[in-house]
Ligand binder design. Structure first.
Ligand code: IPE
Ligand code: IPE
Ligand code: MG
Length: 232
């Protein structure tokens, strides 16, 4: 596949881990483990293809509704993931950022997130945004609260200013959203930033999502005609 019309920013909803495990008569946590194992490979491939930003939906503000055992497993899995992958992420010049409020995460999970931000902050090969305790509506609430705190005046509010109060400040909006797992919804992911993204849905479950699956999404993206409301 040639390098034409590559999205600068790709957002991915990491969905389908539980069903992947269920199909194998295994606990849902087994699916999460296999899903996590897939993350770096797809990100490195995205980098290889020329993508500059990847945003991954890893844990939503709504996912706290799940059983304590599953939530606890996911919080520990994040620690293991960041510990295990730091070296390769550094070698690949990958900057890791988090989207969402880290303050209410378990202390050890929050700490490793902050450490990872610090250690990767000067990398500029690709930016990896991990959405953790992220919700698009909560992000907007946080942004508006912060604006008021900063004394922003009504006449200063515009779309750029709102963008600058979001967790993705300074980054381009996603061009392409990929949702594996077969559901046709956003589930509160980047609702402001995805306003003009191309949406790509596939039934493939996240742990089965391969480099070839990513290429299929890129090919579909390259075929889309982005009019932004204009003609052509
Ligand atoms: C996505 O997989 C991972 C998280 C939400 C943390 P799911 O756990 O939602 O898997 P399914 O959708 O139940 O298969
Ligand atoms: C979206 O998946 C959230 C993440 C992948 C982190 P969910 O499985 O939570 O979404 P719903 O419940 O199907 O909308
Ligand atoms: Mg799901």
């Amino acid at each position: 596949m040639e390098n034409f019309n590559i999205p600068e920013h790709v957002a991915i909803i990491l969905d389908g881990n539980g069903r992947w495990a269920k199909k194998r008569f295994m606990p849902r946590t087994f699916g999460h483990k296999n899903g996590a194992d897939n993350v770096v490979d797809i990100c490195l491939y995205a980098k290889e293809r020329g993508v500059k930003y990847v945003s991954l939906y890893a844990f939503s503000t709504e996912n706290w509704k799940r059983p304590d055992e599953e939530v606890g497993y996911l919080m520990k899995l994040i620690i293991k993931f960041l510990n295990d992958k730091l070296r390769i992420l550094m070698n690949e010049n990958c900057k890791v950022q988090f989207l969402g409020n880290l303050d209410i995460l378990p202390e050890a999970t929050k700490q490793i997130c902050l450490d990872t931000i610090g250690k990767t902050r000067n990398n500029d090969g690709i930016t990896l945004n991990i959405a953790l305790n992220y919700g698009g509506r909560a992000e907007l609430v946080h942004a508006y609260q912060k604006m008021i705190e900063d004394g922003v005046r009504k006449e200063d509010i515009n779309e750029e200013l709102i963008s600058s109060y979001l967790y993705t400040k300074g980054q381009p909006d996603p061009d392409l959203l990929i949702r594996p797992g077969g559901e046709l919804r956003l589930s509160n992911f980047l609702i402001y930033q995805l306003a003009y993204a191309e949406l790509y849905f596939t039934d493939t479950l996240w742990p089965d999502f391969t480099r070839e699956s990513f290429d299929e999404a890129l090919e579909e993206f390259a075929r889309r005609n982005r009019r932004y409301g204009g003609l052509s």
